[in-house]
Design a protein around this ligand. Structure first.
Ligand SMILES: Nc1ncnc2c1ncn2[C@@H]1O[C@H](COP(=O)(O)OP(=O)(O)OP(=O)(O)O)[C@@H](O)[C@H]1O
Length: 249
């Protein structure tokens, strides 16, 4: 069964339509890249998967999104959904608090107060995000003292701390240098062993390096969606061909 199944998804902001009848299925333990030129709707689409768009005034979403067979708009509340579907944003956005508290924040919100359990969660999440060795001796220091790449891995650790099943990433490396980028890419490849990862990226090289499936969006339409190797090697649609060959976008 699909981990996430999207059927006939349309999205409007104040009557301006930005997504047109998107049908897309995401398999568990895979990385899917969403690519396409600026403004084609990738982020809007990603944000519907954990209902982040609900907070935008004037937004209208119709169609069906199912997570493990349950309709995310009808069968679960946002809190339960966002525990299962975590998000990492383009710009690292650690909370202005220490490293430990950044990671413990989510579990505390979900009612965990036992210090020993919180310690275990913080250590496990930082290890999963390959950050533990770099920060274990300064957990009480401000998260804002970390480098950009470390901050982004901290944000990933924060997302992992509530044990999600799906991780959405919106251009998670666009603010990072090549070394920090390659660390995050390695991490994403490791994460797919346990999670379903969906990543918006402007880098076709990145999509080719880390994803199993790629969807190409254009003007709010999903033009082509298939295995990454096939999409880059033998795209069916001329618009995909044009985009990956740099003719537009
Ligand atoms: N909150 C909003 N209110 C109104 N319009 C919006 C809002 N967010 C996005 N849009 C519009 O929706 C369209 C799709 O934007 P979106 O950010 O989803 O595209 P994108 O493919 O992720 O772009 P980029 O690659 O530049 O981040 C754009 O025309 C954008 O201006």
């Amino acid at each position: 069964m699909a981990k996430i199944d999207v059927t006939n998804l349309n999205l409007c902001y104040d009557k301006v339509k930005v997504l047109y009848s998107i049908n897309m299925m995401f398999t568990a333990n895979s990385v899917t890249a969403l690519i396409g030129p600026s403004g084609c709707g990738k982020t809007s689409f990603l944000r519907t998967l954990n209902r982040l768009n609900d907070t935008v005034p004037g937004v209208k979403v119709d169609g069906t999104i199912k997570l493990d067979g349950l309709n995310i708009y009808k069968d679960m509340d946002e809190i339960k959904l966002r525990k299962k579907v975590g998000m990492v944003f383009q710009k690292p956005n650690p909370f202005p608090m220490n490293i430990y508290d950044n990671v413990a924040y989510g579990p505390k919100i979900h009612g965990i107060t036992n210090k020993k359990i919180l310690n275990e969660i913080v250590e496990r999440s930082l290890k999963q995000a390959f950050l533990w060795d770099e920060v274990k001796d300064r957990l009480s220091k401000s998260a804002l003292s970390l480098s950009g790449g470390q901050q982004q891995r901290l944000c990933i650790a924060r997302a992992l701390a509530v044990e999600p099943e799906v991780i959405l990433m919106d251009e998670p490396t666009s603010a990072l240098d090549p070394i920090a980028t390659s660390k995050i890419e390695e991490l994403i490849l490791k994460l797919k062993e346990s999670y379903t990862v969906i990543i918006v990226t402007h880098s076709m090289q990145q999509a080719a390096r880390i994803s199993d499936f790629t969807g190409f969006f254009l003007l709010g339409n999903l033009v082509e969606y298939k295995e990454t190797k096939k999409l880059f090697k033998s795209p069916d649609d001329d618009r995909t061909k044009g985009y990956i060959n740099g003719i537009f976008g």
